[in-house]
Design a protein around this ligand. Structure first.
Ligand code: ADP
Ligand SMILES: Cc1ncc(COP(=O)(O)OP(=O)(O)O)c(N)n1
Length: 276
């Protein structure tokens, strides 16, 4: 019997009982991309394709203890954060990430679910910026999150670039401004590394099945970093992964359905392609 060296990724996020977003989306994505997934739960949400019916946060102590259990035994090759909910959970998370020196940190600054339910307390954004952003390799805001982080409305392409520069100045090595919420025929994401902008774009798919796109996309980036890809390579794979997941939609639930996490792998195996 042989034992292969396995890339390991950790998600620190909330549970989505409906399985389309949060911890569930992250672990499915890690698995599909050939990465061993670990999870630290911050909150349980009662959620389905119709919306969020309840939010039940864990204590900061429970989050810190889970992080210590990982840190005392397992070293993740990459880490992502999703729904962190409160300032004290963010403080505990930043403290343990810094303590263990975990690298390749991807921050999905989850603030509000698609249906409008708050997933981050109003007073916690300032803690996210102060404690977590300086530790990040990459942050992945959607447009409403970028508006919240910068306190500006983003109307034009130049506004989005300026917001990327301002978020970059808050500490992360790179910023990817996601274009899911913008109009137009293309879903255009903009990666900023402090010097250059790189565009990743794909045809916009007209569908209701976009629940969990942001979680899935940031988890795919995290999986790529865990496997040693460069950020640009990891974003390219993640863009292909989310495009396939939205295109091959699943008919699940009567609201905003989940994306199809196994579409990317199925397509690649049908095409004889190797998994990156
Ligand atoms: N309708 C769509 N068609 C194609 N790509 C999409 C669509 N909606 C979102 N995306 C892509 O999904 C990823 C997540 O973006 P977004 O939906 O903005 O995040 P969030 O779920 O955090 O709001 C991005 O790569 C974005 O371009
Ligand atoms: C538990 C939990 N975490 C995060 C989200 C938000 O996920 P996202 O990928 O942004 O998808 P939508 O909520 O926009 O569909 C969530 N809903 N639940």
């Amino acid at each position: 019997m042989t034992t292969a060296e396995t890339a390991k990724a950790l998600t620190i996020a909330g549970s989505d009982s409906g399985g389309g977003a949060g911890i569930q989306a992250d672990l499915k994505t890690f698995q599909e991309l050939g990465v061993y997934g670990m999870s630290v739960l911050t909150a349980a949400t009662a959620q389905n394709t119709l919306g969020v019916q309840g939010v039940f946060p864990l204590t900061a102590e429970a989050v810190a203890r889970q992080l210590d259990s990982i840190g005392e035994d397992l070293t993740p090759d990459a880490v992502k954060t999703g729904m962190l909910f409160s300032a004290d959970i963010i403080e505990a998370t930043a403290d343990r990430i810094a303590h263990y020196g975990w690298r390749n940190l991807v921050i999905d600054p989850v603030m509000v679910a698609k249906g409008g339910a708050p997933l981050l307390k109003a007073d916690a954004a300032v803690t996210l910026i102060r404690d977590l952003l300086p530790l990040a390799m990459i942050i992945t805001p959607n447009l409403p999150e970028a508006e919240m982080l910068t306190g500006t409305k983003l109307f034009k392409a130049e506004d989005i670039r300026e917001a990327a520069r301002r978020i970059h100045a808050m500490g992360p090595d790179m910023v990817i401004m996601k274009g899911g919420h913008a109009g137009g025929d293309l879903a255009r994401d903009l990666l900023y590394d402090g010097t250059e902008f790189t565009v990743f774009e794909s045809p916009r798919i007209h569908t209701m099945a976009t629940h969990g796109t942001g979680c899935t996309y940031s988890a795919a980036i995290t999986a790529g970093l865990a496997k040693g890809l460069t950020t640009t390579e990891a974003v390219r794979v993640a863009k292909d992964f989310i495009q396939a997941a939205i295109e091959d939609s699943l008919d699940i639930g009567s609201g905003h359905g989940p994306t199809n996490h196994f579409a990317y792998r199925r397509r690649r195996s049908q095409n004889g392609g190797e998994l990156k």
